[in-house]
Design a protein around this ligand. Structure first.
Ligand code: PEP
Ligand code: MN
Length: 347
């Protein structure tokens, strides 16, 4: 829909926009109002080049798109009936919880094994553990490929599937070969389109899922869903959208908590929303309330950092990991709220 700056386009302007959209196989239908005329673009209006050219005309106020830029992830797409099953749970039918340490310590694997057991005991359905880590400080521990064996051993010991972040293309094959069920795209790589494409290609035809974090910057929701479309375009729609807080952080918090975008995401896309309160608030003491807020907003799942002994953890764990007891209580309350909310929305 073209909204001109003036009340209507002059004949010369109308001829110009008609010529531009014709190059993209579209036509213009004026919608004549009492005061103002607007101009519908009839045809497939998803070509960004066409929109950019129209937006560049100095007599155009703005272009409103009616078609969604993400055709597969859109709530109106045929994929809306797609169900994602992980760790024995069908997303949307039960609160899905991923939990575990931020970072696996390759020198002390027992912390991970004990944490994995505690995560299972607390009722989570998937274990997380960072093998490769994006660190702001280039001299901080960057992860270690040897931790992949520890991650999978934790999976074998508990019988739970595992999630880990892949930061570069070489990690994808290693993680898939090792048997990782869920590839995590971190907030720093959430708009790395070549990585997203590589993941999409690699997971096509597999039961693998992708946990896609929201990018660190407070980007538009459409940008977040379009990032998921990059993966889905190759054929595997097992994608979980993960708001994790945005920068700049709210005073006193690690990031700006953004669990409140959940209802908006759910209006636009069918993809399950799995909120990460740990990176959002960044302090263990605030995580339980943030997790409940996410569930109240309609999240289908939670991704929580948890460690058997947070002070012995590396990476984020000393600051933001829940203890086994804190995790169990948070999951218990979150499930109770999830059921309560379900009753409310069903009624
Ligand atoms: C993590 O999950 O440990 C992590 C680094 O997350 P994010 O990409 O959201 O910062
Ligand atoms: Mn972390």
């Amino acid at each position: 829909m073209i909204l001109p700056k003036s009340n209507r386009l002059t004949p010369a302007q109308l001829a110009e926009v008609t010529g531009i959209v014709a190059e993209f196989g579209c036509t213009i239908q004026p919608i004549i109002g009492a005061m103002r005329t607007i101009y519908a673009i009839v045809g497939d209006e998803r070509d960004d080049l066409m929109i950019n050219r129209l937006e560049g005309l100095d007599y155009v106020e703005r272009i409103d798109r009616i078609q969604s830029p993400f055709k597969l992830m859109d709530k109106r797409s045929d994929l809306a009936s797609h169900r994602i099953c992980l760790g024995g749970v069908t997303l949307g039918e039960e609160l899905f919880v991923i939990a575990g340490p931020c970072t696996i310590d390759p020198k002390n694997p027992n912390y991970f094994y004990e944490s994995a057991a505690a995560v299972k005991e607390a009722g989570a359905q998937m274990i997380r553990g960072g093998v490769w880590k994006p660190r702001t400080n280039p001299y901080a521990f960057q992860g270690d490929s040897r931790s992949l064996d520890i991650l999978l051993e934790g999976s074998r010991r508990t019988g739970l599937p595992v999630d880990t972040e892949v930061m570069e293309e070489s990690h994808i094959g290693l993680a898939l070969e090792a048997g990782v069920t869920c590839l995590q795209v971190g907030a720093r790589n959430a708009l790395n389109y070549s990585l997203l494409r590589a993941i999409g290609r690699a997971v096509a035809g597999r039961p693998t899922a992708v946990l896609l974090k929201r990018s660190i910057h407070m980007g538009p929701v459409n940008e977040f869903i379009s990032a998921a479309e990059y993966i889905a375009a190759f054929g595997n729609p097992n994608i979980l959208l993960c708001p994790r807080g945005t920068a700049p952080g709210l005073d006193g918090y690690r990031n700006h908590p953004d669990e409140s975008i959940t209802p908006l995401l759910k209006e636009k896309t069918w993809a399950p929303v799995v909120v990460d309160p740990s990176h959002s608030v960044g302090k263990a003491a605030y995580v339980p309330a943030s997790a409940l807020a996410a569930v109240a907003y309609g999240a289908d799942g939670l991704c929580l950092e948890a460690h058997v002994s947070p002070s012995h953890g590396i990476g984020d764990d000393p600051k933001q990991a829940l203890t086994p007891r804190g995790l169990a209580e948070t999951i218990r309350q979150a499930r109770a709220l999830w059921r309560l909310r379900r009753g409310l929305t069903a009624g």
